[in-house]
Design a protein around this ligand. Structure first.
Ligand code: SAM
Length: 220
């Protein structure tokens, strides 16, 4: 039987599949996003990198420039097609996977995710961090960027859903619900600490947060 958020998870993937051709527009139009992309050069990215929910590959090429290898996962064939066309670096491999069922087949030095954490229902967050821990080599780090509370003003927040969600529309007006949790940097650091992670999470500009986290000793 479906849990409360299974239907939303399917709708979220359907949204990104249908939205793939429109996805890159904010990266072209929003100066704050272009500035955020530039921080990739200063993030602690090294070794073999696993990128979760890579989307159209906006971050993948930047990771590839600093990594030995990048394995980039996403659930949507359509976004992966855009990413494959954008990023042709020989050290990058793209994989289609649903992150709520996928299990890491090996360990990585860095697990990176941009604008993914906010799409995870709160009830699935501990399981997600367990998966990240299982994907990290000893001394590996999770590194992430996402929307923070300041980004909520740009969204149509839905209050009647079983999990925090917003309404998105395609250019043709088709509506989709997606999960959206606007994590506050301090609260998220506290939640990660409660799960045993050592995390440094900071606000970035008016809209974003960025973090780096190491799993509990012996995790995964
Ligand atoms: C906001 S986009 C982020 C894309 C990219 N990381 C970026 O920052 O531009 C979220 C991505 O999550 C992917 N996604 C949604 N549900 C997923 C799931 N269950 N498993 C894997 N990827 C998923 C979507 O296809 C989409 O590409």
């Amino acid at each position: 039987m479906d849990s409360d958020d299974d239907a939303l998870m399917r709708e979220q993937i359907a949204y990104y599949r249908a939205h793939a051709g429109e996805y890159d527009r904010p990266y072209a139009e929003r100066e704050e996003l272009r500035q955020l992309l530039a921080v990739a050069d200063a993030l602690p990215i090294l070794g073999d990198v696993l990128e979760l929910a890579c989307g159209t590959g906006q971050w993948t090429g930047k990771l590839a420039a600093r990594a030995r290898s990048v394995t980039a996962l996403d659930a949507a064939d359509e976004t992966l097609a855009v990413a494959r066309a954008r990023v042709t670096a020989p050290n990058v491999r793209f994989v289609r996977a649903d992150l709520f069922t996928w299990q890491p087949p090996r360990r990585y030095d860095t697990v990176f995710f941009a604008f993914w954490l906010s799409h995870i229902p709160p009830s699935r967050l501990p399981g997600f961090w367990d998966t990240v821990a299982a994907a990290l080599a000893p001394h590996g780090k999770a590194v992430f960027v996402d929307d923070g509370p300041g980004a909520a003003a740009r969204e149509e927040v839905l209050d009647q859903e079983p999990v925090p969600a917003v309404l998105r529309q395609l250019d043709d007006g088709s509506p989709y619900r997606v999960v959206k949790v606007f994590h506050d940097a301090g609260e998220l650091a506290g939640r990660l600490a409660a799960l045993g992670w050592s995390a440094d999470v900071r606000p970035m500009g008016e809209s974003f947060i960025a973090g780096a986290a190491e799993p509990p000793a012996g995790a995964g």
